[in-house]
Design a protein around this ligand. Structure first.
Ligand code: NDP
Length: 448
């Protein structure tokens, strides 16, 4: 039997890579991981985690306004971006340290450099050193896609958004997906004039239409501008640093910052994949089977680089399943059905299961229950913002096929509701549950 330096060499220490490495090590494997940037990956370093902290920070704009209706008298409030930015980045450093510690305490050897494949059982580090391993796991994630128009280099992506020296006065956000809507809310609350532009005439493709419509309506009332059916033509930089964006179907627009949030593409370049013969799928992601194995027997891949579902908890499950299968003697696959998700827009959206359109297409006839209500807090705050909850059920059995929500705390509420949907419960099961009053969540058991 060949003698390898390690049982597992992992390329990329993000959510999937860290989980797989530490679990494999706990199963007794000799593990090494190479990371060219920072341990923790996109989610921890420049994604979900710092973004959520900015979302919290942004909420204070409305909370402070609302507080006056609850009797709080305040002097002038001033927002200090640098303070928030540095506190957030400080916490990212802390988490980076914790992730590193987790690997070290599980005796995973860390190489802080880039690694590329140079054989089915061999990687070469940037330093030139070669390492061999019985199994290689690729978890290099994804990076922001930037449309190729003249002047695109003047724009930024979510990677840079966390490090800005100042909040731009006017920002154009390209795209209308998760990142675009989340940053639209953040920058708007921090006082920027926000315009969101998308190539199509809709936002948040894949989410339920009524919920998307409600977000658009609320966002417009808040003062966020939208430009649909718009494609970049060019971006010009003025002498004062401002940018002029030329786009199809609309007048040119002058802004101080352009943020590209136009999807993320798998990091598969210059990894040596072609040299070793690892196959990609039609979307340019690494093609894997249900056990995350590539066409090369010793090479596996998990997370965004495989572009199955680009969500951190999914990458973590894939990493865990890989380690349990290959090193734990327990073949495990990931169940991709009924994955709950959230968009941390203002207000946030949460969803699980099928949208009304998907359910109708699949089951022919469905029953839909909704609650369109103004939360008690908004009534006292004189905030005319309505939440919308929607339950989609199979017509004959009333089994809940999907739940879709927009309103404050909907991601927090959805996590529990998703358990019920995943378990295949019916509308009657929801109705049989006594409400917790007064809450927003009680609407889920009172749907008409
Ligand atoms: P999304 O896929 O959510 O949205 C991409 C947006 O960009 C869409 O509006 C799309 O338009 C548009 N677009 C795509 N390609 C192009 C192009 N070539 N030119 C112009 N516009 C384009 O991507 P995001 O970048 O917002 O996020 C990436 C992924 O990260 C998400 O899919 C998600 O899985 C994950 N994520 C999850 C979060 C969460 O869980 N809360 C938060 C942030 C990211 P169209 O609608 O026409 O296709």
């Amino acid at each position: 039997m060949a003698d390898y330096d390690y049982d597992l060499f992992t390329i990329g220490a993000g959510s999937g890579g860290v989980r797989a490495s530490r679990v494999a090590a706990a199963h007794g494997a000799r593990v090494a991981v190479a990371e060219e940037y920072r341990i923790g990956g996109t989610c921890v370093i420049r994604g979900c985690v710092p973004k959520k902290m900015l979302v919290y920070g942004a909420h204070f704009a409305e909370d402070l306004e609302d507080a006056r209706h609850f009797g709080w008298e305040m002097g002038e409030c001033r927002f200090d971006w640098i303070k928030l930015r540095d506190n957030v980045l400080g916490d990212v450093d802390r988490l980076n340290g914790l992730y590193t510690q987790t690997l070290e305490s599980n005796k995973v050897e860390i190489f802080h450099e880039r690694a590329t494949l140079t054989g089915p059982n061999e990687v070469t580090l940037a330093s030139g050193e070669k390492k061999t391993a019985r199994h290689i796991l690729i978890c290099t994630g994804a990076r922001p896609h930037v449309p190729s128009c003249p002047g695109h280099e003047h724009g930024i992506t979510s990677n840079e958004a966390f490090h800005l020296d100042a909040i731009p006065k006017r920002i154009l956000i390209a795209g209308a997906g998760y990142i675009a809507n989340e940053f639209a809310g953040i920058f708007h609350q921090f006082g920027a004039k926000v315009t969101l532009m998308n190539r199509s005439d809709q936002l948040l493709r894949g989410y339920d239409e009524s919920i998307r419509d409600r977000l658009l309506q609320i966002s417009m009332i808040k003062g966020i501008n939208f430009r649909f059916n718009a494609n970049f033509e060019k971006i010009e930089k003025n002498g004062d640093g401002s940018l002029v964006v030329h786009m199809s179907n609309h007048d040119p627009m002058e802004v101080d910052c352009v943020l590209f949030a136009t999807g993320r593409v798998p990091n598969t370049q210059n990894l040596g994949l072609e040299d070793v013969g690892v196959k990609l799928n039609e979307r340019g992601a690494i093609a894997v089977d249900e056990h995350s194995r590539t066409n090369i027997e010793s090479i596996y891949a998990v997370g965004d680089v495989t572009d199955r579902v680009q969500l951190t908890p999914v990458a973590i499950r894939e990493g865990q399943a890989f380690a349990d299968t290959v090193f734990g003697g327990k073949p495990t696959t990931v169940d991709y059905s009924c994955i709950p998700s959230a968009v941390f827009s203002h207000p946030p959206i949460a969803a699980v299961g099928l949208t009304e359109a998907e359910a109708t297409q699949k089951y022919g006839s469905v029953k839909v229950y909704t609650s369109d209500f103004r939360a008690m807090k908004n009534v006292v705050a004189h905030r005319n913002e309505r939440s919308l909850y929607k339950m989609v059920c199979e017509a004959s059995t009333e089994r809940v096929l999907g739940i879709h929500m927009i309103g404050s705390e909907s991601p927090e509420i959805m996590q529990a509701a998703a358990v019920a949907v995943k378990a295949g419960l019916t509308k009657a099961d929801f109705d049989a549950t006594v409400a917790i009053h007064p809450t927003m969540a009680e609407e889920l058991v009172l749907l008409k």
